[in-house]
Ligand binder design. Structure first.
Ligand SMILES: Nc1ncnc2c1ncn2[C@@H]1O[C@H](COP(=O)(O)OP(=O)(O)OP(=O)(O)O)[C@@H](O)[C@H]1O
Ligand SMILES: [Mg+2]
Length: 293
């Protein structure tokens, strides 16, 4: 019988040699702070800058992104892993050429895969890498295991915070949990904070200053300021109409802010602030059930 483990290792090694698309994880401490809105609109802005984008919904159960994009995927990641569906069958085309993958129950079940399933998944992820420049992962809120794995294994992690006091304390809890995961690591781990639903840029920057004072005092992790998205009635209206605000109101204040943030993020992408190893490395860490750190 063929040694499955060595076969698996050689496939993974071979696949590692092709360039990886960048993975950006969007997370938060508290729920309902704007992760999905930011994922969708950031995706559109990054796409407009010439990137090929896939959004992956890793927030089990809630049909967040699909509602916002006004699409209805037929299959999800679990169908690819367990039911032999092909990668192109689980990618739903959204507006502006944005691709969407629903995680379904697939992500929760990653630690229970057989070798054959791991090989199949890895091959699909390899294809995904080839067809994409940036993969945006919209996670659930809080410090659940898989959210932590996503954050640790991504090229960039965006932490969405609003001026709501519980959003700030919950954001600190996430940073503290991540800090613990990276204890003893020689490389300093960086998180980018995005202030959402603020009155203006200044309020966003003050929110960042407040949080970073505590982070600098107690944690080793580095918190950078990515930018601020204002409270915007056009954004909430767009959500109700199941249309991304970037498309329904391209001049909306929130869209202008996200356009700037995408440009900054695009720069980071080009200079490559960190090489986390892309989507395949991320899934490998999820499959192992730990980041190996
Ligand atoms: N900048 C903003 N201006 C106005 N309303 C906003 C803004 N950002 C988010 N919202 C409102 O907050 C609601 C929740 O946003 P969203 O669904 O993106 O949050 P979430 O963090 O993904 O939530 P969950 O944790 O449930 O997945 C939106 O439906 C929208 O009405
Ligand atoms: Mg959401």
């Amino acid at each position: 019988m063929i040694d499955q483990a060595s076969h698996l290792r050689s496939i993974i090694k071979k696949n590692q040699q092709s360039p990886a698309s960048k993975v950006i994880t969007v997370t938060s401490g508290k729920g309902g702070v704007g992760k999905s809105s930011i994922s969708v609109n950031l995706a559109i802005q990054l796409q407009k800058l010439g990137n090929r984008i896939i959004i992956m919904d890793a927030d089990f159960g809630l049909a967040n992104i699909e509602v916002m994009l006004g699409i209805r995927p037929v299959y999800n990641l679990a169908d690819l892993i367990f039911k032999g569906r092909k990668l192109n069958e689980i990618i739903t085309q959204g507006p502006e050429g944005i691709g969407f993958i629903s995680g379904g129950s697939g992500i929760q079940e990653l630690t229970r895969l057989t070798n054959d399933q791991i090989i199949g998944l890895n091959q699909s992820l390899c294809l995904l890498d080839e067809m994409t420049d940036i993969i945006i992962i919209d996670t659930g809120a809080g410090i659940g295991d898989s959210v932590m794995e996503f954050a640790c294994s991504s090229d960039e992690t965006i932490l969405v915070v609003t001026p709501d006091p519980t959003s700030i304390t919950d954001a600190y809890a996430v940073l503290k949990a991540l800090d613990k995961k990276f204890e003893g690591d020689s490389v300093q781990f960086t998180i980018k904070m995005l202030a959402n639903r603020v009155e203006n840029y200044k309020e966003g920057k003050e929110l960042y200053n407040k949080l970073s004072v505590v982070v600098n005092k107690f944690l080793k992790i580095k918190l950078e300021f990515l930018g601020a998205v204002p409270q915007d009635a056009l954004l909430s209206k767009a959500v109700l109409r199941q249309m991304p605000v970037s498309l329904s109101s391209p001049k909306a204040p929130s869209v202008q802010a996200l356009r700037q943030i995408a440009a900054v993020l695009g720069d980071y992408e080009i200079t490559g602030s960190k090489q986390a190893g892309g989507i395949r490395m991320l899934f490998r860490n999820l499959i192992k059930g730990k980041t190996g750190r």
